[in-house]
Design a binder for this molecule. Structure first.
Ligand SMILES: [Zn+2]
Length: 138
């Protein structure tokens, strides 16, 4: 290796050791070598992007739950206490999403969306119920 190559290698190694790229915009970072972002704006962009997917998921599930609650609440407030499963389905109810299950002392299980719930009476009929009691957390 001649001196030119040696010098180049030396410069290259030092340059790449110092040269750091911003994780957000890819721009060069000056200053401390432990910095990951060129600016606060880039730091915010980066973490907002990371959080966006999980935030979207929570927002979508919450939207489904709110829709389910609205369907149960409307039926209940119209005075309906016994409804066919297909009626809920036709209104866009999503049976996979509920907030909690309450089992009565007689062993009936109610699936709740917030304060409105139902239990399966058999033959695809459901009994609606409202329970606004404060939930006790363990
Ligand atoms: Zn940047």
């Amino acid at each position: 290796m001649n001196t030119f190559e040696n010098d180049f290698l030396y410069l290259y190694q030092n340059f790449s050791a110092v040269e750091k790229k911003c994780l957000d915009c890819g721009g060069s970072i000056r200053g401390r070598t432990d910095k990951k972002f060129c600016s606060d704006q880039c730091r915010n962009n980066y973490y907002n992007r990371l959080n966006r997917d999980s935030n979207n998921y929570v927002r979508n599930v919450h939207g489904l739950l709110r829709k389910n609650r609205r369907i149960l609440a409307d039926l209940y407030n119209e005075g309906k206490r016994k409804v066919h499963r297909d009626a809920l389905f036709a209104l866009g109810y999503n049976f996979n999403f509920f907030t909690h299950v309450i089992e009565t002392s007689s062993g009936q299980k109610f699936n709740y969306c917030f304060e409105y719930g139902f239990t399966d009476l058999g033959d695809d009929f459901l009994e609606l119920r409202q329970n606004s009691q404060y939930i006790q957390y363990q």
